[in-house]
Design a protein around this ligand. Structure first.
Ligand SMILES: Cc1cc2nc3c(=O)[nH]c(=O)nc-3n(C[C@H](O)[C@H](O)[C@H](O)COP(=O)(O)OP(=O)(O)OC[C@H]3O[C@@H](n4cnc5c(N)ncnc54)[C@H](O)[C@@H]3O)c2cc1C
Length: 598
């Protein structure tokens, strides 16, 4: 058996083959409902542009038509955005502070943001984020100052999604599983590559050492010296600089085989929508080295976590989440006695559009950070200019629904037992422009969508295919490409890639597409080290940011780190303003004029 321990993979896109069940193909095709799912899921490309081009004018138009109203009372916290980050803030604040008046506003009908899933014949498949790095807290974790990993693990345990100690390597009934390097393959049209053809033992040892090192580039960044060393160069420069590798980690990565360069490059497309030469070495190493640990995979990907968070929040109080609530603006205001609060203006579409004005003591902005330029007009000019410098890449996630079970399609045991697959084509991506390569390599990788619930037991197979647009014009292109065009492109690429491995056109029942407009913030070198990200996420009294973007890279760990920080900051702020209010009350009791006795 081939040892695939050393095959690299990438972290974010997971594509997916889902291995579904058994039963011979004949007779199954007719038995399946022929759902016609010919529509994009994911982002609505035009809604955002219509509203957020000029949100104030949009609101004033509603007001002029007499379709706005004030919502009664003062909220303590309003969270704008119901992705993993906003949901985590809402859940933790609600659990820890039952007295607070909270509300989470989400523009879509469903929560989850980029971590959403859909279902086919009872099988969940991801239309966005697929997995997280398994949180493994250091043994000497300080209970007074828990590490991010400890906080993440505690959250998962509280949600019933992990136990403190558990083995998740094998298939079981837990609805979760670890994927390791053993479950990653790199394959060509003809065969699955051996480990050493992709990364040598020396290469692997290097990344494993980084993953275990005290100098692992953490999020949030804790060591400014390391940030200066790594965030000021690209990942490609880092891989070529053996002196720096030795200085930081005591060993060097060594010679990387051509297929290794190719797979690293496609990993970056999938994880960031970027090339290694435009990506910060800090973020690149944070993502790529973590691939050499264990990944935690749920059915339908990280949507599983988002759904559990949503259920738990709703079980605290059904009214804490309001979906279909499009936030247009959030602005500071002052009451008659000078007390500060925030006004949040929201459009809701139930039987026609209506505007609702909320008042709240604190706002948590948990939407993609570039939207802050439009939705938070009180940000200072320098912050607006900083936000203007951020750039994003776009994405299609295609779920290929296959009627036979995995084992009836693929002969190779390596493919059968893999979670994540990446195709190598013998090209060196460093020598071609990304738009040209993107045409040639339509997907960055593919994941087995039923890995977490054990492919062998499933009657069907789903491959989740990640199709990034790793170049600036990708989003515009994606706006105009038709569903049929992209579907045909994916069908052709998947059949080409897997044809010799057993996949036939008649196996494909349907292809379902999700497109994402701005999901991937580009982690350019210098954004952390030069203070750009810090400036972009700078709050104001009563305003806090919580989104994966605020650390400059797209990962659930960043979304969670942002949420933990926001919860702490909001509690401190409300605690302080509560104290200020109490003081004001006691002062006014002692001095009826409201003046201090001093
Ligand atoms: C294709 C793809 C695959 C990925 N795969 C992985 C992966 O495998 N592992 C991983 O760790 N990360 C992955 N990521 C990164 C992913 O972005 C994060 O993991 C995480 O889901 C981000 O969560 P978030 O809450 O920070 O942001 P989002 O998911 O962006 O949530 C923001 C929310 O704000 C809402 N919103 C926006 N505007 C408004 C408004 N005006 N009013 C109200 N609500 C609004 C949005 O609808 C959304 O629900 C992937 C991303 C993509 C695009």
């Amino acid at each position: 058996m081939v040892d695939r321990t050393h095959n690299p993979s990438r972290r974010r896109f997971l594509g997916g083959l889902a291995v579904l069940g058994a039963a011979p193909l004949a007779g199954r095709l007719e038995a399946l409902p022929q759902v016609h799912h010919n529509r994009w899921s994911g982002d609505h490309f035009d809604e955002g542009h219509d509203r957020l081009r000029n949100p104030r004018a949009w609101w004033e138009q509603l007001a002029a038509q007499g379709r706005t109203q004030n919502v009664e009372g003062l909220f303590d916290v309003i969270i704008i955005g119901g992705g993993i980050s906003g949901l985590t803030v809402a859940y933790r604040l609600a659990r820890r502070n039952p007295h607070l008046r909270l509300l989470l506003l989400e523009r879509e009908k469903e929560t989850g943001g980029v971590s959403k899933s859909e279902n086919w014949n009872g099988i969940e498949y991801s239309i966005g984020a697929a997995y997280m790095v398994n949180p493994e807290p250091p043994e000497d974790d300080d209970p007074e100052h828990p590490s991010q990993e400890r906080l993440n693990l505690d959250l998962l345990i509280e949600l019933g999604l992990r136990e403190e100690e558990e083995e998740l390597e094998a298939c079981n009934d837990k609805q979760r599983r670890w994927a390791t390097h053993h479950n990653h393959v790199v394959f060509t049209r003809q065969r699955v590559l051996n480990d050493e053809e992709v990364l040598t033992a020396e290469n692997v040892r290097f990344f494993e050492t980084v993953a275990e090192s005290d100098r692992f580039p953490s999020i949030p960044p804790e060591d400014p010296w390391l940030v200066q060393k790594l965030d000021t160069i690209s990942f490609q420069e880092f891989l070529r600089n053996s002196d720096l590798q030795r200085e930081l980690y005591g060993l060097a990565v060594g010679e990387i085989p051509p297929a290794g360069w190719e797979s690293i490059e496609y990993y970056f497309w999938g994880a960031f929508g970027t090339n290694t030469w435009e990506t910060s070495a800090y973020h690149g190493l944070n993502f790529y080295a973590a691939e050499f640990t264990r990944l935690l995979v749920f059915p339908g990907g990280n949507a599983f976590i988002a759904k559990r968070l949503t259920e738990r929040i709703r079980s605290i109080d059904e009214r804490l989440i309001s979906t279909g609530s499009y936030v247009l603006l959030a602005e500071p205001a002052a009451g008659e006695q000078g007390q500060r609060y925030w006004q949040v203006k929201v459009e809701r579409r139930q039987g026609g559009s209506r505007g609702y004005l909320y008042r709240t003591r604190a706002v948590v902005f948990a939407s993609p950070i570039f939207l802050a330029k439009r939705m938070l007009p009180s940000l200072p000019l320098e912050q607006m200019q900083a936000l203007e410098q951020l750039d994003y890449r776009s994405f299609v996630v295609a779920n290929v629904l296959l009627t036979p079970p995995m084992r009836e399609i693929f002969g190779e045991s390596t493919i059968l037992h893999s979670y994540e697959m990446q195709r190598a084509q013998g090209t060196d991506p460093r020598h071609h422009p990304p738009d040209v390569l993107s045409q040639r390599n339509v997907f960055s990788d593919v994941v087995n969508a039923t890995f977490a619930v054990c492919s062998e037991r499933q009657p069907h197979t789903i491959l989740t295919v990640y199709r990034p647009y790793p170049y600036a014009a990708g989003r515009e292109l994606l706006r105009y490409l038709t569903y049929e065009y992209v579907e045909a492109e994916i069908r052709k690429a998947v059949l080409e890639a897997y044809g010799a491995h057993g996949l036939k056109p008649e196996h494909i029942h349907e292809i379902r597409l999700a497109r994402w407009g701005h999901p991937m913030i580009i982690p350019r070198p210098g954004q952390l080290a030069g203070g750009l990200m810090e400036l972009c996420r700078r709050g104001q009294p009563g305003l806090f940011f919580s989104h994966t973007d605020i650390f400059g890279a797209p990962a659930i760990e960043n979304a969670l780190a942002a949420a933990h920080a926001a919860v702490r900051d909001v509690e401190t702020y409300l605690g302080r303003s509560e104290a200020a209010r109490r003081d004001a009350v006691s002062l006014s009791r002692t001095c009826p004029t409201g003046q201090s006795s001093t």
